[in-house]
Design a protein around this ligand. Sequence first.
Ligand code: ZN
Ligand code: ZN
Length: 332
Amino acid sequence: MFNTRTHPRLTATIAAVTVGLVLAAWPAISPVLVAWLKKNFEPLIANTSLWRISGTFCQNQWEKVYDWYGGNAYLLGTLGSTNVYGLTFLVLNSLYLYMDITGRPAALVKYKIQPDVNAPPVDHSILRKVALQLPITSLVTFVSICLAWPILMWRGCTFGRELPSFWRVLVDFPALMLAEEAGFYFSHRILHHPYLYKRVHKKHHELTAPFSIAAPYAYPIENVFSGVLPPLLGPLVTGCHVSTIWLFGCYGLYITVTDHSGYDLPFNFRSPEFHDFHHAKFNSNFGVYGWLDRLLGTDSAYRQSKVAARHSLQNGITPPSDIIRKSDKKRN
Ligand SMILES: [Zn+2]
Ligand SMILES: [Zn+2]
C-alpha cells in the first residue's frame, strides 16, 4: 500500500495537484452548493428575527462603508483593505502588547507558552527592533494590495453595494481557507530551503519564542511571498465579494497574531501552540491550519511532543507550563 511517509515528494506533488484541481473546479461547484444550501436551509431560519435583523444590520453598515469610499471599487479594495487590516492588527495586538511591555496582569502573563524565553516584560530593545519593522511591512503590504487589486477586479471579484448572501459567504470560506493553507504551506516550505532560509526566512526565525507584533517581522520579500499572496489566492479562485475578502483577511490576522502571541490564553478559539512550536523547532509545522502538515507528515515531531497535548486542553484554565509539569509527573 502507498505510504505517504516514505514518498514525501510524490505525496506533496499529489497533494498540490489535488488542491489545485479542487480550487479550479470551485467556480463551477460553488453556485450549485449555494443553491442547495439556500433551498434546504433558508426556509428553516428565514422567519426568525435574528436572521432578518442581522441581515439588515450588516447590509446597512456595509452601505455606510461603501458610500464612504464613494462606491469606488479601487479605493475600496486598496485604501479600504489597508484601513480595515491596519485597525484590526492594532486592536488584536493591544492586549498582547500591553502584557509584553508591562509583564502584567500576572493572571494572564502566566499563560506564556515559553516562559523562559523573551519573558515579559520583553527587553525593550528587542521590542523596538521589531516595532521599527512595522511601517516598512505596512508600506509593502499597501503597495502589494494596490498592484494585486486590478487582477482581482479582472478576475471578477465583486465590489457592489449589495452584500453577498450568507450562503455564498459560507461556501466561499472553505475555498479561501484551502487556498491559503496550500499557498502558505508551500511558500513557507520553499523559504525553508537552506539557500532561502539563510538569506531570507532566518530573520523571521530570529525569535524562537515570538510575541504578537513580531508576526510580520521578516524581510519585505517574505511579507509579499508568504504573507500577502497566499490569502489573495482564494479570492482569485472564488471571485468573492470585497466584504468576504475583508472578513477572511481579518480572520487571517486573528490567526497570525494569536499564533505569534506566545500566550496560550484560556478559551481562545485558536491555539497558538502549533506555530509556536515551529518557531521553537524550525523544521516542523509549516501550514496555517495543519492540514497539509498532517497529510505530508511534517507535523510528526510536534505530535510526538509534550506540547501537542496542550492543543486538546486549551479550553482549561491551567497555564501551559503547568500542563507540561503535570504530564512529566505522571510519566515519572
Ligand atoms: Zn512565524
Ligand atoms: Zn519558518
